[in-house]
Design a protein. Structure first.
Ligand code: LLP
Length: 421
């Protein structure tokens, strides 16, 4: 459920007509709904009611500081994967003890940065990284809390580019080697083992892979405890999927996911962390774009939009499906027509949809890509020297630009000309 709905024939974000934002901000732009963001965060928080837990929002999904602050004010923790994301979480007012640091390639600089600023735990992904954290922490005279991310060799049954829990993926330490690695961790100075971490992939539409992974983690918890390690915290990652298409497929609900967590690891008395990104932000954001031209091709009509693959890469990168709807509500039973929906970037990959059936639109009409809140703005680039598009946050009747569109000068002035030119 989200708060982008037609009212009086127009698409609204909460209580604001999107056409009004478009008139003020210009297109294309991303628009987020506070009510949807907070609702989705709360769903996870409530799903773990009765268990000591912290929902650590995966910052990578949508990292605007205004979004992070909205969630931080509800008590969210944050899952970050770079020094930059850590700085964003801090800028949003999240205390270090609510930030977990994940990722396979943490540099020594990043390790020092978060040790200085405070961190809940490092989710360690390899032995060399563990050694680096130990060395930096010892040098700084502090103790780094760590979990080891285990790779349970479970098929997440999602797109290959976003599956992370199989042994061929670069993530984590094979679960079969976990006891050995925990023994090494216990022997290293500057580290304190606090738990276990697992994350098997993104956009999971079934619970079964989670069940398999969490059962393995539960078993490992008992083995590690028997080996003398203090396992008081389980970070179970993110990954719960969202419905992108108006199809019958409905991914499991956060309540069902919460129940699964309680069933598989609830008996261990551990504090539970989860790292949802997409389900919090995905349906809380849309991308609004204007039709520049309707071009008749051979046997097909192209809808040429002012948004392009550099603004929303998911269709080009993962063949992802996003609903595309007009801002003016189509009449009931309006004629549908197939369009190839494309952007202005100079490559054929800049295609959002092929033969997409939708009501007839004309140049100058506005359309919205639904479910674009997660992995949308954060994956944008300036390819073709197209400015990063603005982000707008709606809250009831109010809206605010939370990232402005840069001018051409602002973009170009980041380049510097060497003295020999
Ligand atoms: N925790 C870790 C360690 C992760 O790597 C990820 C996502 C998450 C949490 C959050 O997963 P979520 O709840 O959002 O599924 N760009 C791709 C998605 C990449 C996901 C990467 N890791 C896309 O547009 O589909």
């Amino acid at each position: 459920m989200d708060h982008f709905i037609y009212r009086d024939g127009q698409l609204y974000a909460e209580d604001v007509p999107l056409a009004e934002i478009a008139a003020q901000v210009g297109t294309p732009f991303y628009c987020y709904s506070t009510a949807t963001l907070t609702r989705h965060f709360r769903l996870f928080d409530e799903a773990l009611d009765g268990v000591d837990h912290l929902v650590c929002y995966a910052v990578k999904a949508a990292s605007n500081v205004a979004i992070l602050k909205t969630l931080a004010e509800m008590g969210a923790g944050m899952d970050v994967v770079s020094g930059g994301e850590y700085a964003r979480a801090k800028a949003a007012g999240v205390p270090g003890e609510r930030i977990v640091f994940s990722g396979v390639g943490k540099t020594r600089e990043e390790i020092a940065q978060v040790l200085a600023g405070g961190v809940r735990q490092f989710n360690v992904e390899s032995e060399p990284e563990m050694a680096a954290i130990s060395a930096v922490a010892t040098e700084m005279g502090v103790v780094a809390p760590i979990t080891v991310r285990v790779n349970p060799d479970v098929d997440a049954k999602t797109h290959a580019k976003i599956a992370t829990g199989k042994s061929e993926n670069k993530f984590g330490i094979p679960i079969t080697r976990a006891r050995e690695v925990y023994a090494e961790a216990a022997a290293l100075p500057g580290l304190k083992v606090v738990g276990i971490d697992v994350h098997i992939g993104s956009q999971l539409t079934e619970l079964e892979p989670f069940r398999l992974a969490y059962e393995k983690v539960a078993e490992l918890t008992e083995q590690l405890r028997a080996d003398g390690h203090e396992i008081s915290r389980l970070d179970l990652g993110g990954g719960l999927g969202i419905p992108y298409a108006r199809s019958n497929e409905a991914p499991p609900l956060p309540t069902e996911y919460g129940q699964l967590i309680k069933d598989t690891v609830g008996h261990l008395g551990c504090e539970i962390e989860i790292e949802p990104g997409r389900l919090v932000a995905g349906n809380a954001g849309i991308l609004v774009s204007e039709v520049i031209y309707v071009k008749s091709g051979e046997g097909r009509d192209f809808l040429i939009l002012d948004a392009a693959m550099n603004d929303l890469i998911r269709p080009a990168m993962y063949d992802a499906y996003h609903d595309i709807i007009p801002l003016v509500e189509p009449e009931a039973g309006a004629e549908q027509t197939p369009y190839d929906i494309v952007g202005p970037v100079c490559e054929s990959g800049d295609t959002f949809a092929k033969e997409r059936m939708m009501p007839k639109v004309e140049a100058g009409d506005l359309v919205a890509f639904r479910s674009a809140g997660a992995y949308g703005a954060v994956m944008a680039s300036e390819y073709n020297t197209r400015p990063l598009i603005p982000e707008v946050l709606v809250h009831g009747h109010q809206f605010a630009v939370i990232r402005a569109r840069p001018t051409f000068d602002e973009m170009i002035n980041r380049d510097t000309i060497p003295e020999w030119l």
